[in-house]
Structure formats: C-alpha cells, structure tokens
Ligand binder design. Structure first.
Ligand code: FAD
Ligand code: DHB
Length: 388
C-alpha cells in the first residue's frame, strides 16, 4: 500500500497528527501495536494546556471537551507548612482544561472513524526501512499477513518503548537522562475531588497530588519507593497515607472510596536528540519523557505534533524550511518544559539520599514563591504552557 505519511503509534500524538494531516488533504496511515480497547483503557494525563485545547477545537473535535471538561484558573501548592494559591488567570490571562487523555484519544478515534482514516490496530513487528533515502518504507504484520507501506515520510509517535527512535543510528543520536529514585502510585476513585483545584503537596513523608476527572471522579497520586507494588497497597492504606500528606483542612474533607484503577509509574527525564533523521520525524514520548509533576507529557506530545503537522503541510505546499527546522524548533520547547517538570519534581518530592540541605532549599523556594508575584508568574506561565 502507499500513503504519503506513515505514522507509527496510535497514542494521542499519532492520532492527532493523522487528523491534522487529513484536514489538510494529506493522506496518512496509523500503525498501532495494541488493540483499541487497550489504548483506551490506559489512564494517563488529565491536564490540557490551552495550546492543545485550541488544536483540538481547530481540528473539529473540541465540542465534547468544551462541554464536559473543567476549566481551571489556578492550582494549590502546599509544602513545608506554606500553602500558595497560583492564580493562572490573573497572572497570565490563561487557564488549563481538566479532561482526561483517555477522552482525548476517544474523541480522536471517533473522528478518524467518521472520516474513514486508516488505523491498523494490533500491527506487529513494525520495522522501518530505507529511512535515509527518498523512498522509505515500513513493514508490519497484521492478522498473520505481512504488509508494506511505501511513503514519503515516517512519523515516529510510538512512545518511549517504540521502534522509531532506535531507527536513528546511535552514531547520530545523543540521549540525556535523569532517573528519579521513586515512582508515583496513582488511583482513580468515584469520589468527589478534595478541592475545586488540583492540590500539589510536598511533605516529609513524600509528595502527594490530588487531581480529578469530574465532580465524582478523583485521580490521586503518592510518591512511593520504586520497590513498592500496587497490589501491596490496599485502598485503606492509600487513603490513610494521602490524608497524612495533606494540610489538615484538606485531610478533614477528603472523601475516600474504592479505587477503580491503581498503578505505579516510574519517574524519568529523558531527551533524545535530534528528533529527525532522514525521512523519520519523532514526536511525543518517542523522543522525550518528563516526570509528571508539571503535567507536561501529553502537552509536549501535542506541541511536537503542532510543529510537525505545520512543517509537513508546508513541505507538500513546496516550502521545505519548516521541516528542516522541525527538530530544533520542537527541542527548544521540549527542553524548557523538561526544565519546568524537573524543577517542580525537585521542589516537591522527598529525595532521601540528599539530606537536610535539599529540604531547606525546597522550603526556601516555597517561601519565595509565596511572597513573590514574579516567582508565581514564572510558575504559572510554565504550567499553562509556553507559547508554540
Ligand atoms: P503514547 O501515549 O505512549 O503512545 C504511543 C503509542 O505507540 C502507544 O499506543 C503504543 O501502544 C504504540 N506503540 C509502541 N510501540 C509500537 C510499535 N513498535 N509499533 C506500533 N505501535 C507502537 N503525563 C501527564 O502529563 N500526566 C500524567 O498523569 C501521566 N501519567 C502517565 C502514566 C503512565 C503509565 C505513562 C506511561 C505516561 C503518563 N503520562 C502522563 C505521560 C503521557 O501520558 C504521555 O506523555 C503521552 O501519552 C504521550 O503521547 P504519545 O502519543 O507520544 O505516546
Ligand atoms: C494529573 C497528572 C499529573 O501529572 C499532573 O501534574 C496533574 C494532573 C492527572 O492525572 O490528573
């Protein structure tokens, strides 16, 4: 088969890229290793920057998000006995949207189905060939049959464990990584959120985050050792620990209930450069991972897709510069969002090996934040998302 663009990976990056290209009359196929049900069962990010919301609206799939999502004009940050309200709207004029990654993916699939865009699920053994020539192709197995996609460009949107990044020769690639000595235990529960806004809580027992999906669906996280297993955390133990890590007035109002999902994710900062080689262009987690503290993973995948879709559309219109510059343009934003995610992680987590000095630095940073509009503005500007 022949398609102009072959997109590897049907997560939010690959699906959004497919839709934006189709809207511009460019024909793309998506190859996804998992089943659709599996992709839609993954509970992941919940905070959308305005840039991503605007892209979804422009792509014609913003109406359910606008009807069912929740606009948040600020967030609560509490640590070392200090509580700070960061008022995004007043400080930056912008807000964020609470709408689950699962719902975004759902809306993308629905629209791609409606317009008849090709998506192969359970595509196995995906392999990239001749990426450094003008005639690349991708092979894969589907329901026992081998297929070949001839294309002009390959978009590697297959996440951290995909094949696309490794199709760039090691001699060309540079990887930058920092691994954190803890993970996040997350639960989803049919309980009301603890506050109207998200609560980021630094505590001597470890970080906690109270998030939400809607008025009766909460998403909470606890910093835990990497050796912990979700099955060894009872719901009761989770709620007791969460209560301990919140300021008293929030702990008192926290409503507990049975969890409907429980998982542990490791935390990592990772960036692979360059984000393109030959005819391969990487987007999203295929090229970079951020620790979740700044709510940036999904939003960075979206900004990559913004730059890549714009560049491919220009390329087909005869303008080559944007595609040549894609890697440098995307990486400039990736590094800044990585810096923010890293600094939020450093400010709010317990790093047991680092001792009292770091704890005092964290306390000084939160105190500074509480008393400086400039510091609050810097945090807010990054949280709502730097401009594309
Ligand atoms: P993905 O969503 O990973 O999609 C990649 C797709 O490619 C997958 O569907 C995968 O099945 C497919 N694929 C992989 N290999 C192949 C292959 N060889 N062939 C074909 N297809 C392949 N971010 C936040 O901001 N907040 C959070 O709370 C948060 N929680 C997270 C929890 C977990 C467990 C993980 C893994 C990530 C979390 N993230 C979170 C990050 C955020 O979800 C990601 O940044 C976002 O999903 C990136 O989108 P993507 O499309 O680039 O990658
Ligand atoms: C959520 C996850 C995050 O990492 C974050 O910073 C904020 C919210 C969430 O899943 O709701």
């Amino acid at each position: 088969m022949r398609h102009q663009v072959c997109i590897i990976g049907g997560g939010p990056a690959g699906l959004l890229l497919s839709l934006l290209l189709r809207r511009a009359g460019i024909d793309a196929v998506v190859l996804e290793r998992r089943s659709r049900d599996y992709v839609l069962s993954r509970i992941r990010a919940g905070v959308l920057e305005q840039g991503l919301c605007d892209m979804l609206r422009q792509a014609g799939i913003g109406s359910r998000m606008d009807a069912e999502g929740f606009v948040h004009d600020g967030t609560i940050l509490t640590a070392h006995g200090t509580t700070v309200h960061i008022d995004f709207k007043t400080l930056t004029g912008k807000s964020v949207m609470i709408y689950g990654q699962t719902e975004v993916t759902h809306d993308l699939y629905d629209e791609l189905d409606r317009i008849g865009a090709p998506v192969f699920h359970e595509a196995e053994d995906v392999a990239i060939h001749d990426a450094d020539t003008e005639a690349p192709h991708v092979t894969f197995t589907h329901r026992g049959q081998t297929h070949r996609v001839d294309c002009d460009y390959i978009a590697g949107c297959d996440g951290f464990h995909g094949v696309s990044r490794n199709a760039i020769p090691p001699s060309v690639r540079r990887e930058f990584e920092s691994v954190y000595p803890f993970g996040w235990l997350g639960i989803l529960a049919e309980t009301p959120p603890v506050a109207d806004e998200l609560v980021y809580s630094g505590h001597e027992r470890g970080f906690a985050l109270c998030s939400m999906r809607n008025a009766n669906l909460s998403r909470h996280y606890l910093q835990v050792p990497l050796t912990d297993k979700p099955e060894n955390w009872s719901d009761q133990a989770f709620w007791t620990e969460l209560r301990r890590r919140l300021p008293a007035h929030l702990a008192e109002t926290l409503v507990s209930g049975p969890s409907i999902e429980k998982s542990i994710a490791p935390l990592r900062s990772f960036i692979s450069e360059p984000m393109s080689w030959g005819r391969i262009y990487l987007a999203g987690d295929a090229a970079h991972i951020v620790p979740p503290t700044g709510a940036k993973g999904l939003n960075l995948a979206a900004s990559d897709v913004f730059y890549l879709s714009r560049a491919l559309i220009a390329q087909y219109a005869g303008e080559a510069q944007l595609l040549q510059d894609y890697s440098a343009t995307a990486l400039a934003r990736v590094w800044k969002a990585s810096r923010f995610s890293w600094s939020m992680t450093r400010m709010l987590h317990e790093f047991p090996a680092e001792g009292e000095f770091l704890a005092r630095m964290q306390a000084a940073e939160v105190d500074y934040l509480a008393h400086s509009t400039a510091a609050q503005t810097a945090l807010a500007e990054n949280y709502v998302g730097l401009p594309y």
